[in-house]
Write a protein that binds this ligand. Structure first.
Ligand code: PGA
Length: 247
């Protein structure tokens, strides 16, 4: 499956968000690509009633099931308004909101129990890469994030490789660097879940980090890159649409 997901983060007031949603939802009709929009959660309910050509993802979910957790949104609530996907483990949540490996793993379990597909983000920092320990870092993030997950559950997951040094910085991983890490992730999945290539290749692995209309086709041309998780470039209709056409 080819996937392009647009992570709007904490951008756009209602009017602009609705206008962008409306035109993408009506205009996109590329059957070969699953297009997922991740708007701020306050807009999910309205958008979910109007879906045509895009799917919806929440940007976050609570690690608690329900109850006295002021300000939180549960996986059950997301399911009740037909949200199909949810980001988990984004580096901004890890760094700014202290989402630990344990919390990330709990969220992944809660999402899967509620039939929502996690888009599980992993990525190394600049200093990790400069020290050459990026594979070890990704391995550990995958190991803890997918702890207790079985193969039938993995089949409902999307993995996003997002090197932290490339997010919002304008620095993109080269297509070779992306391929190298995606290959590493695919091999990890093969070993961890004891699966052959045909099954492992069905798990989408997306690249994220300053992916834009100029570099997307080079990155998407690589064997183990099944699409992108797009931040800044997802906020403009033309740019985002041309990324979707970049396969
Ligand atoms: P960026 O963000 O495309 O703006 O680098 C990607 C992301 O954070 O998912």
């Amino acid at each position: 499956m080819k996937v392009v997901a647009g992570n709007w983060k904490m951008n756009m007031n209602y009017k602009d968000a609705f206008a962008l949603f409306h035109s993408l939802n009506n205009r996109l009709n590329n059957n070969e690509v699953e297009v997922i929009l991740c708007p701020p959660s306050i807009y999910l309910s309205e958008f979910s009633n109007k879906l045509k050509n895009v799917k919806l993802a929440a940007q976050n979910v609570s690690s608690f099931e329900s109850g006295a957790y002021t300000g939180e949104i549960s996986a059950q609530m997301l399911k009740s308004i037909d949200v199909d996907y949810c980001l988990v483990g984004h580096s901004e949540r890890r760094a700014l909101f202290s989402d630990s490996s344990e919390v990330i793993n709990t969220k992944i379990h809660l999402l899967l129990e509620n039939e929502i597909s996690p888009i599980f983000c992993c990525g190394e920092s600049l200093s990790d890469r400069e020290s050459g320990i990026q594979n070890e870092i990704i391995h550990n993030q995958l190991e803890s994030g997918l702890n207790g997950i079985d193969l039938s559950q993995l089949k409902n997951c999307i993995i996003a490789y997002e090197p932290v040094w490339a997010i919002g910085t304008g620095l993109t991983a080269s297509s070779d660097q992306a391929q190298e890490m995606h290959f590493f992730i695919r091999n990890y999945l093969k070993t961890r879940f004891k699966i052959e290539n045909d099954i492992a290749s069905q798990i989408p692995i997306l690249y994220g980090g300053s992916c834009n209309a100029k570099n997307a086709s080079d990155i998407f041309s690589k064997n183990d890159v099944n699409g992108g998780l797009i931040g800044g470039a997802a906020l403009k209709e033309d740019t985002f649409s041309s990324i979707i056409q970049s396969f």
